[in-house]
Write a protein that binds this ligand. Sequence first.
Ligand code: ZN
Length: 257
Amino acid sequence: MELKVLSADERRARVVLSDASPAYANALRRAMIAEVPTLAIEDVIIHENTSPLYDEILAHRLGLVPIRTDLSRMNLREECSCEGKGCASCTLTLTLEAEGECTVYSHDLRSPDPEMTPLPGIPIVKLREGQRLKLEAEAVLGRGKEHAKWQAAVVGYKYYPEIEVLERCTACGDCVEACPKGIMKLNGGRARAENVEECILCRACVQECEENAIELRASDSRFIFSIESTGALPPLEVLREACRCISKKAERMIALL
Ligand SMILES: [Zn+2]
């Protein structure tokens, strides 16, 4: 198996997985979506709320705010030494106090830990003059399979495109015009595909070619993953953690044998 990172930043990554089966690619995708833990607000204690939103709606909105997570310092509540009672190793307590007239944003939630903070810029509620909001919110680790608020990323993959231009190509340029991604180019008296990772397998080039000179296949042992993180964890960390989750499950199986 081989892994190559095509691009990666704080929010998005594209990775090529080679020498693997579709079943393995899908296991990896599902682990990234459902198994990787992140922080999200689970309990909200509302001290004062004269905003236009009911407490429940407010709590629901707060629950969906992504929170930057340091997995090396947080435990799942059920695995924590406090036995689920809630302590600093499994619970991040955020506070919020605001008075109108203003818009309350996710970054108004105060975190005791500068490395685990809500992602900024998400509007929570608008307050008119004199309306007040005062609350405490407890964020805990959870997994996407329990609730979408804990889902670390949106992940998709596609089969790696394999484009072959046969010798009978006359360099007419029809495929160059037809390709919506602009990857077909005329080069050295023949059409050639460049940046094949951008190909969306639409087959427009194959359909336009009167000479039937283009063969397009989708590899079933090479996959291009596109990982878009919510911002709680960097996308490559989501991939790393998903691999750890699969490995842990396998170890549990071995222990049973
Ligand atoms: Zn604990």
